[in-house]
Design a protein around this ligand. Structure first.
Ligand SMILES: Cc1ncc(COP(=O)(O)O)c(C=O)c1O
Length: 395
């Protein structure tokens, strides 16, 4: 067998990869498992999307290759929604890139912009396709630890000049997975200005733009002056419409950047199933009927989670967006040990902060992917495990 490449060898283990098998084993043992692991809601997608999928799947034309173009109607729906939601105009044919989930687009973008000797600046903890793209493209990953000290924001002034000089991509994701942090507008203005000065492409991952609470309305990076010169923004159907398994998302950017991503993709995929794209149009069209009610479900879960985890002895902030709580652990309790004990002894699946990279150590993440009563039960069990660590029983 030939050896695998050095860049392959640089990929760390993916935190979520082992969990499905562990969960199966727990269920087989008869454990009452509460899974708060992945950002993968247990809720239904819009009914109109299901109807449209069924209808479209009966049309022979939908079963042919979509190629990069895909369904023009999907491009148009994306362009209209971006205009309506953020007040930003993107040409459906030259500035929109349909994706097979935003993850693949984020990862593939690096193949157009990163090579040996260049750097991708990667917030850590952070979504794994940032380093996946940068490392597989042969670039260097500069990991910036997101900590409470900077409100979980990347401060470019803390990054060495020689790294900034070699940086091609800066990945930012607000509302943030896993910390649930949001980015103030003046921060985004400063970042756009710095990316202009440094000639860095700002990869703005807006997967959680619609999952916000209490009147907070996350912006598009393109609401910021100058962003069109330096940014590409990624969106996903996954969280907004409970459509994670459908693999549907998009990117928007000026034509040079959009076409670079589209060209890379033309060598590695042949487009999303067009019936899925048709169904995604129906989902986007059902935004007003579907999204606010869906957010209300997540808000109820968020409130239940914050109250229950506080009652159980954890400190946690009230997140204004996302489907996550990012909960600090006491000094000296390793997040992997805590998550392991919680899974093995109590049947509760959470993600250890260290699974998102060293910058995530000292925290664990829960997702609002179960009803409030199950989240409350999970918090009680987590409290027992915490008490065990605090009394030294488990340490
Ligand atoms: C921050 C972030 N970006 C992107 C994605 C990818 O979403 P998808 O590939 O399902 O569109 C996720 C999924 O969890 C995410 O958390």
């Amino acid at each position: 067998m030939p050896r695998t490449t050095d860049r392959y060898g640089e990929l760390p283990e993916y935190v979520l990869a082992r969990i499905p098998a562990r969960k199966r084993a727990l269920l087989a043992r008869g454990v009452d498992v509460i899974d708060l692991g992945a950002g993968d809601a247990d809720l239904a997608p819009p009914a109109r999307a299901l109807d449209r999928l069924a209808e479209a799947s009966r049309m022979p034309a939908m079963h042919r290759y979509g190629f990069g173009l895909g369904l023009v109607e999907y491009r148009e729906a994306i362009s209209s929604w971006m205009q309506r939601r953020f007040g930003v105009a993107f040409d459906p044919m030259t500035e929109v890139v349909p994706l097979i989930g935003s993850k693949e687009g984020i990862a593939h973008l690096a193949f157009a912009y990163v090579e040996s000797g260049t750097v991708g600046i990667i917030p850590e903890p952070g979504y794994n396709s940032y380093q996946g793209g940068t490392l597989l493209a042969g670039g260097e990953a500069y990991r910036y630890a997101l900590r409470p000290r900077t409100d979980f924001l990347v401060d470019l002034d803390e990054i060495p000049d020689d790294v900034l000089r070699r940086a091609r991509l800066l990945y930012l994701n607000y509302p943030n997975n896993p910390t649930a942090a949001i980015a103030p507008r003046d921060y985004l203005e400063r970042i756009v200005a710095r990316c202009q000065e440094l000639d860095i492409l700002l990869v703005y991952d807006n997967a959680y733009s619609e999952l916000a609470f209490d009147g907070y309305v996350p912006p598009s990076i393109f609401e910021i002056d100058g962003a069109r010169d330096v940014a590409i923004e990624f969106h996903s159907m996954s969280k907004t419409y409970n459509m994670t398994g459908w693999r549907c998302g998009w990117a928007v950017a000026r034509p040079e950047v959009a076409s670079a991503l589209a060209k890379v993709k033309s060598f590695v995929d042949t487009g999303q199933f067009m019936a899925v794209q048709a169904a995604a149009v129906a989902a986007i069209e059902s935004y007003d009927d579907f999204v606010p009610a869906n957010i209300a479900v997540f808000r109820e879960r968020r409130d239940a989670a914050v109250a229950a985890f506080r009652d159980a002895g954890f400190e946690c902030e009230v997140p204004q967006a996302t489907m996550y709580l990012w909960i600090p652990l006491p000094e000296g309790v390793a997040s992997a040990d805590f998550a392991e004990r919680l899974m093995e002894d109590e049947g509760v699946i959470v993600l250890p902060g260290s699974g998102f990279g060293a910058g995530g150590e000292g925290f664990f993440r829960i997702s609002f992917i179960a009803p409030p009563e199950r989240i409350r039960e999970a918090a009680v069990r987590a409290g027992r495990v915490l008490a065990g660590f605090e009394s030294g029983v488990q340490s």
